[in-house]
Design a protein around this ligand. Structure first.
Ligand SMILES: Cc1ncc(COP(=O)(O)O)c(C=O)c1O
Length: 330
């Protein structure tokens, strides 16, 4: 079984001190689980690490089943992981319309089986029983003969309790890279990465998540649930964290998930040259917009801020064809 070896530190760009704050951008996009296939990169490396360990210890054949949209970074990373570890993977993808995006073409190329699901089914993906049922039905078609107990069902974005120990390792690597950090800013989809980092970082580090979508209250609830359940299980990530500060900033959610206003889109080149890195349109661009606005407003004065580039650059390939007013991925 392939082992994942990760560097001690996270590569970073120190961005010139501005508005009385120091800013370091840490580039998870430059960390990959498998040197042979850089697709499994960014925050996915750490979220999926516990899964890789579990697969290494598994003596019987298993398959991985997960769910996402047609541009999902998570499915992309999981397909690369399946290919690398020779584990079959099935992706349940929001259909209607059935879009063969560059993301899904890569997934298919790496051997992932893809089943498009209707919107009303897809909406139920947060209900564990509904997801398991959806997974079992599709697995019966794509992997007949593999018993149900061999199915490892992974929630959207890889955000689940199991991922938290991988994110604890990320927290360690971040602190090792920037010991002076006292504020962390990162993009948020499901909230899993934020929860894992909040759990593992000391309480004096402020954690701010920048929303990619407009479902702030749902995400707030999910993050709280993860924090509380880690606290109540008393595992090694023991949560002083429910009391430690974290906030959600939805000032840049804009027209919604996977969509940019014309104004947001226009800022991309400027922000990329400021930060010295390409950005993805779904997560890191919105984070950078919020970060810049926060700096200008003096919200980080006197602080050492780490901003996390969580990857997702494969999603840039779809931008070319977007309409000019709003880039829509829905
Ligand atoms: C590139 C990128 N950044 C940020 C996120 C948000 O992570 P989370 O869903 O854990 O909030 C995702 C989704 O997993 C992502 O693909």
């Amino acid at each position: 079984m392939t082992q994942i070896r990760l560097p001690e530190g996270v590569p970073g760009n120190t961005v010139a001190t501005s508005h009385a704050a120091s800013l370091t951008l840490l580039r998870l996009d430059r960390i990959s689980a498998f040197p042979e296939n850089p697709a499994c990169s960014g925050n996915k490396v750490f979220k999926l690490l516990p899964l890789v360990e579990r697969l290494a210890g598994s003596k019987t054949p298993v398959c991985l089943i997960s769910v996402g949209g047609p541009w999902s970074n998570h499915l992309h990373a999981l397909a690369a992981l399946g290919r690398q570890l020779s584990v079959p993977v099935l992706g349940l993808v929001r259909g209607e319309p059935e879009l063969w995006t560059p993301t899904l073409k890569d997934c298919r190329h790496w051997g992932m089986a893809i089943q498009f699901v209707r919107r009303e089914q897809f909406r139920r993906r947060y209900e564990p029983d509904a997801l398991r049922e959806m997974a079992a039905r599709a697995a019966a078609i794509h992997f007949p003969g593999l018993p149900r107990k061999a199915q490892i069902v992974i929630p959207e974005g890889g955000s689940e309790q199991q991922a938290m120990s991988g994110l604890a390792l990320l927290a360690e690597r971040i602190r090792h890279s920037v010991p002076a950090m006292d504020s962390l800013v990162l993009p948020v989809g499901s909230g899993g990465t934020l929860a894992g980092l909040r759990l593992a970082l000391p309480a004096q580090v402020r954690v701010e998540g920048v929303m990619a979508a407009r479902d702030t209250e749902r995400v707030r609830q999910r993050v709280s649930d993860w924090l509380v359940s880690a606290g109540s299980t008393g595992d090694r990530l023991k949560a002083t964290a429910p009391a430690a500060p974290w906030t959600l900033n939805d000032s840049q959610a804009g027209p919604g998930f996977g969509k940019l206003s014309a104004a947001q889109r226009l800022r991309q080149p400027q922000l990329e040259s400021w930060l010295g890195t390409p950005l993805d349109p779904v997560y890191t661009l919105k984070m950078s917009l919020a970060l810049e606005a926060g700096l200008r407003a003096g919200r980080y004065a006197g602080r050492h801020v780490v901003a996390l580039h969580t990857g997702g650059l494969q999603g840039r390939r779809d931008l070319q064809d977007g309409p000019s007013e709003v880039v829509s991925r829905l």
